[in-house]
Design a protein around this ligand. Structure first.
Ligand SMILES: Cc1ncc(C[n+]2csc(CCOP(=O)(O)OP(=O)(O)O)c2C)c(N)n1
Ligand code: SF4
Length: 292
């Protein structure tokens, strides 16, 4: 893939994003454009599926095939596309509300299935599009329109969820570091299997707590810890514990595990979308008769 000509320009669209100036989602967009170009991918080989939210607009601004689906539903769409045509590079993206609130069930099932897709969650710890309500990753005590006295619940912890449900690739990135974010997206796309990249992407308009400066003060880069081993599940959990989940880099990667289509559908040579249906009319009628 890497020696094919591709540029960020090929993944740009003419329409200007409607995001607020300074929104972290701009960096996610640019990093993703750079990552697919670095991998030598062509726009017609990539599909980006999103849900609803400011983050969900990513598919409108990314120059590949795209699907702007319902709130919380980017993962079923992405998995269906990848299983129908495993040769495509399929990316799902959305916000923390989208992915860890309304779409949480889909997230858990995607983790255990290990379909070969990359899932980017633009985690701004708030609902951006609907103007600043508490989200599933807002910290306990976080004040917002829906929790004026402070959020009463503990936040969802996506990294623990991903590791406990058997994700084969778990990473975290930050919109204040384009270089690292691009490298992580590249590694996530290259990984065969389900890859989660929880991406801290500040909402500069409605979240005055989790700002760029706040993340800069709190985040720890795993790349600056040369002894860190992303192949160790236990080490991943211990680092997440130690730093309260505020680490960036590749946290866990399981090499050599087969993705869903390789294990269950015969790999990339057999593509369900152009295979003839292997069922006779008699068989079909028999199955249907169970429901009459
Ligand atoms: C079924 C459904 N419920 C609620 C909404 C309203 N809604 C749209 S976006 C959104 C929150 C988005 O927050 P998040 O996913 O964190 O994305 P952000 O806008 O912060 O990027 C909500 C509640 C909706 N569109 N559909
Ligand atoms: S409201 Fe927040 S998340 Fe939405 S575009 Fe503006 S800064 Fe970004």
């Amino acid at each position: 893939m890497a020696d094919r000509n591709a540029s960020m320009q090929m993944f740009r669209v003419d329409a200007r994003p409607t995001w607020c100036p300074g929104c972290g989602d701009y960096t996610v967009l640019a990093s993703l454009q750079k990552a697919v170009a670095n991998l030598g991918l062509q726009p017609e080989e990539v599909v980006l599926s999103t849900g609803i939210g400011c983050s969900g607009k990513l598919s409108q601004h990314f120059g590949s095939y795209g699907f702007h689906g319902l709130h919380g539903r980017s993962l079923p769409i992405a998995q269906g596309v990848q299983l129908a045509n495993p040769r495509l590079t399929v990316i799902a993206a959305g916000g923390d509300g989208d992915g860890y609130g309304i779409g949480l069930g889909h997230f858990l099932h995607a983790l255990r299935r290990n379909v070969n897709i990359t899932y980017i969650v633009m985690d701004n710890n708030i609902y951006g599009l609907t103007t600043g309500q508490t989200s599933p990753t807002s910290a306990k005590g976080f004040k917002s329109k829906t929790s004026p006295h402070g959020a009463a619940e503990n936040p969802i912890r996506p990294l623990y969820l991903a590791l406990s449900q058997g994700a084969s690739f778990v990473a975290q990135a930050f919109s204040g570091d384009v270089k690292e974010m691009t490298e992580i997206f590249e590694a996530a796309i290259r990984h065969k299997g389900f890859s989660l990249v929880n991406s801290f992407s500040p909402c500069v308009t409605f979240n005055k707590v989790n700002t760029y400066d706040w993340f800069k003060d709190h985040l720890v880069k795993l790349s600056e810890r040369p002894d860190y081993r992303p192949e160790s599940h236990l080490e991943a959990l211990s680092y997440i514990d130690q730093f309260g989940g505020l680490v960036t880099g590749i946290i866990f990667q399981q090499e050599g595990r087969r993705a869903y289509h390789e294990e269950n559908l015969g790999g990339e040579e057999i593509m369900p979308f152009d295979s003839p249906v292997k069922m006779s009319n008699e068989e079909r009628e028999k199955i249907l008769s169970y429901y009459y």
